[in-house]
Design a protein around this ligand. Sequence first.
Ligand code: HEM
Ligand code: HEM
Length: 158
Amino acid sequence: MSKWFLFNFILLVILLWNVTNYFSFPNLPLHIWFGVTGALLFLYNWTRNAVFETIRNVPNRRTKVRLARFSKRVVTIHRWTGNIALLAILVHGLLVVNHYGLILSHSKMLVGVLALLVLSFQVVTGWLRLYKPTIKLRYIHLYTGMALFFLILLHIIL
Ligand code: HEM
Ligand code: HEM
């Protein structure tokens, strides 16, 4: 089992904790709904890393094959969930800027903008990977995903 399952679960709990404690919960403003949707879709895609790590580390061959088959089945969804995450976050960012203005001295907003840039890069490297799979692109796609995990965590706890 990959340690990333635990890390992802912790991010999910922090996310749910934050939004359920929002002052108007469950009547959340639209920008928060879009932010939550983007974060959940990111988590879904990032869990691929945890599954891949488990496939590499699990000693039992039958479990390995079962996990690999399952992983192959969900990979076509991966590209669309990645794109929809970007779209949701774009709307989230636009609604936020519309509501509060773009204030980059506000650390939550600054980290949000950084996360949006990294997410766009993640989607681009994903498509490149699909058409030109190289080892270098694989690592870029993987480490950008990891950077994104910590940026989103920071964005939510700030
Ligand atoms: C990958 C990118 C992003 C993700 C996953 C994301 C996710 C979220 C989530 C889940 C929330 C609600 C939870 C909380 O307040 O702690 C939130 C709030 C917020 N986000 Fe983002 N966000 C992203 C990008 C952005 C961008 C680009 C901006 C600014 C342009 C931004 C600005 C904000 C602000 C100001 C809030 C607080 C809103 C409020 O409390 O009314 N975020 N974000
Ligand atoms: C939220 C955005 C995304 C995240 C967090 C993400 C994350 C990941 C992770 C963790 C892996 C496994 C890494 C490894 O090789 O060990 C992966 C694989 C891959 N991703 Fe993404 N990805 C995202 C968006 C996309 C998009 C938009 C595409 C577009 C086509 C894409 C295409 C791929 C491909 C082709 C693979 C290899 C699949 C395989 O070997 O089965 N990704 N991604």
